[in-house]
Write a protein that binds this ligand. Structure first.
Ligand code: SAH
Ligand code: SF4
Length: 387
């Protein structure tokens, strides 16, 4: 697959459904879908709900991208739909497969609006898809490569759903299988801060979780946030998704250095909001993420402080070995340090898996997203200049 040379930055689209006409139907709710069909004059009002259900199954259960495939819809209606709407996938500009089975796609949503989506096998029930919610990020966490890239824009609901569709296309998982899926879990741990794009993230989750479509249950969808306190309750109420918190430090002084958002929402406020997260229980625990930075947050005292801070919260702790990127100011803790840290957590009764680095050969690990495409683009630019 080729490398893009288009370096332009597109303006934000004015509508939720994407930048260009015709409207792509993939990001719409069932109600919006019915309304769109009527508005376009493609379906009479009294048939709108029935038609919307029919289309829903074709789009989200069978994964079709062409109205012509909808064999139980009358020919004239199919032609009217094709004239008014689109089901096209965004362009996959690059696809990489790691020797460990990790897959990464660079998807171009619009000129200059590209996101990376990663499939990681053997995570969750069968395999997890790490999706992006924004292109770039406004938050500048000092260990994160995405944070060094300016925010281009929020992704629309359709663009978030499209990441799942592209992965399903590539994994050959249409129609949506009920059993033996390779793509069983979704994690919002790609590029961007999902709680700064909550409406579109929630709309996308409604589509992804729908039982007559992609049907990935809300218990298998995890939203990771750096701690946007005022949005936490809304996230739980709107999505019933599993919550992951990028904590990384147990005192405000250090957390402010790592996650500058902590200045706005300090740890005590964050912990209060987490305790109030709707539906929290032993069956529905919060995941705390801790990126392991050598000599920064990885001492036994840090581990004990973490145990103390989490007392009383149904929690899991995910230790993430730091993934370096060009120009990063940190190093990853040694394996023995991480193991010692995990042992303290285990003794306190916490499951604390160390996230084994996956897809490192294709730069698909946390915090590295976009770096490879930036590099490829730089090399393509060089080649173009030489030619
Ligand atoms: N913005 C959200 C979700 C995207 S980041 C958030 O911050 O939670 C997903 C996870 O990757 C976060 O836990 C983040 O702290 C972690 N991460 C970012 N850069 C990393 C790096 N270089 N190495 C390891 N983990 C990293
Ligand atoms: Fe943004 Fe998350 Fe990276 Fe922080 S860690 S800069 S919030 S993507």
């Amino acid at each position: 697959m080729g490398v893009t040379l288009d370096l332009s930055r597109a303006p934000a689209p004015s509508r939720d459904t994407g930048a260009s006409a015709p409207t792509n139907l993939t990001g719409l709710s069932r109600g919006e879908l019915a309304a769109a069909l009527v508005e376009a004059g493609a379906v009479p009002k009294e048939k709108a709900r029935m038609r919307a259900s029919q289309l829903w199954r074709w789009i989200h259960h069978y994964g079709v991208t062409d109205f012509a495939a909808m064999t139980d819809v009358a020919k004239e209606t199919r032609a009217a739909l094709a004239g008014a709407f689109s089901l096209a996938r965004p362009e996959v500009v690059e696809r990489q497969v790691s020797k460990d089975g990790t897959r990464k796609w660079l998807i171009r949503m619009a000129p200059g609006v590209e996101v990376e989506t990663v499939y990681i096998p053997d995570v969750g029930r069968a395999g997890a898809l790490c999706v992006s919610s924004q292109v770039g990020c406004t938050l500048n966490c000092t260990f994160c490569h995405t944070g060094t890239q300016p925010l281009v824009r929020n992704l629309t609901a359709a663009e978030i759903v499209a990441q799942v569709q592209v992965a399903r296309d590539d994994l050959g998982e249409w129609p949506s299988p009920k059993e033996d899926r390779r793509l069983s879990n979704i994690v919002f741990m790609g590029m961007g801060e999902p709680l700064y794009n909550l409406d579109n993230v929630a709309a996308a989750i409604d589509v992804i979780a729908d039982n007559e479509g992609i049907a990935i249950s809300r218990r298998r969808i995890t939203v990771s946030t750096s701690g946007v306190v005022p949005q936490l309750a809304e996230l739980g109420e709107k999505t019933q998704a599993m919550l992951a918190i990028s904590l990384h430090a147990t005192n405000d002084e250090l957390r402010e250095k790592l996650v500058p958002l902590n200045r706005k929402y300090p740890i005590a406020e964050l912990m209060g909001a987490i305790r109030a997260y709707p539906g929290l229980s032993n069956a529905k625990r919060v995941t705390f993420e801790d990126v392991m930075l050598k000599g920064v947050n990885d001492s036994p005292a840090d581990a004990r402080a973490l145990v103390k801070l989490l007392a009383g919260i149904p929690a899991k702790i995910n230790l993430i070995p730091f993934n370096p990127w060009p120009g990063s100011q940190y190093e990853c803790s040694s394996w023995s340090t991480i193991e010692a840290f995990a042992a303290i957590l285990n003794r306190a009764g916490y499951a604390s898996p160390i996230r084994t680095p996956r897809g490192r050969d294709i730069l698909a690990a946390c915090g590295q997203l976009k770096s490879e495409s930036e590099k490829l683009r730089a090399s393509a630019r060089r080649k173009a200049a030489e030619a």
